[in-house]
Design a protein around this ligand. Structure first.
Ligand code: 5GP
Length: 204
């Protein structure tokens, strides 16, 4: 099957990370690891959660066209390394980018067939509560992230799908179902169509 790009966005605290990590690995998902200038949180690992870098190195990567997209989010730079994405798509993988909306829209411009999924918690108070109980950010940062969420909501209609993350297993199931259906779009199945025609004619 042809490779494809799946973008998952959603407010900080919407559970994107948890949901993305639970996508069934046997289905050929490849999770892209972003570059960021944000400081690692407790428990985060360089090369697993992010490639943590300096502002100067980030700007160099951007200028050398090593990033597929990039954006500033609450005072830090974030970007997707281009090479990994291109290599994995060429191998037929489903490449998953967990990125914010402005980066997602940049990718959609370059790859119009990318599938954009917005993951949203059921309510804003629930989101605020998740962010506060997570305890990874101070009050000022939480406030800035909630404001950012309100900025992102009007852009949801640029996405292909909206998934409400009330329960993680159900959100994982819905995203996997979307991807499975998207994989069956004829324009993504050129190899299968060609194989069918070839086998048929040789048997005639
Ligand atoms: P966090 O600091 O909570 O890990 O991420 C903050 C926001 O940046 C989240 O919305 C996350 O999806 C987004 N993000 C993470 N990596 C990238 C990236 O490579 N590009 C863009 N545009 N956003 C990213």
């Amino acid at each position: 099957m042809d490779g494809m790009l799946v973008i998952i966005s959603g407010p900080s605290g919407s559970g994107k990370g948890t949901v993305v990590k639970r996508l069934p690995s046997q289905n050929g998902y490849a999770l892209s690891i972003s570059v960021t200038t944000r400081k690692p949180r407790e428990g985060e690992l360089h090369g697993r959660d992010y490639f943590f870098t300096t502002e100067q190195d980030f700007i160099t990567m951007r200028n050398e066209n090593e990033l597929l997209e990039h954006a500033v989010y609450v005072g830090n730079y974030y970007g997707t390394p281009r090479k990994y994405v291109e290599e994995q798509i060429a191998k037929g993988k489903i490449v998953v980018l967990e990125i914010e909306v402005y980066g997602a829209l940049q990718v959609k411009e370059k790859f119009p067939s990318a599938v954009l999924i917005f993951l949203m918690p059921p309510t804003l108070p629930e989101l605020a509560n998740r962010l506060r109980t997570r305890g990874t950010e101070d009050a000022v940062t939480i406030d800035a992230r909630l404001k950012k969420t309100l900025e992102e909501i009007p852009l949801i209609n640029r996405y292909n799908y909206l998934v409400i993350n009330d329960l993680v297993p159900s959100a994982v199931e819905k995203i996997n179902a979307i991807v499975e259906a998207e994989r069956m779009r004829p324009f993504r199945c050129m190899a299968e169509i060609e194989a069918f025609t070839e086998s048929k004619t040789s048997q005639l």
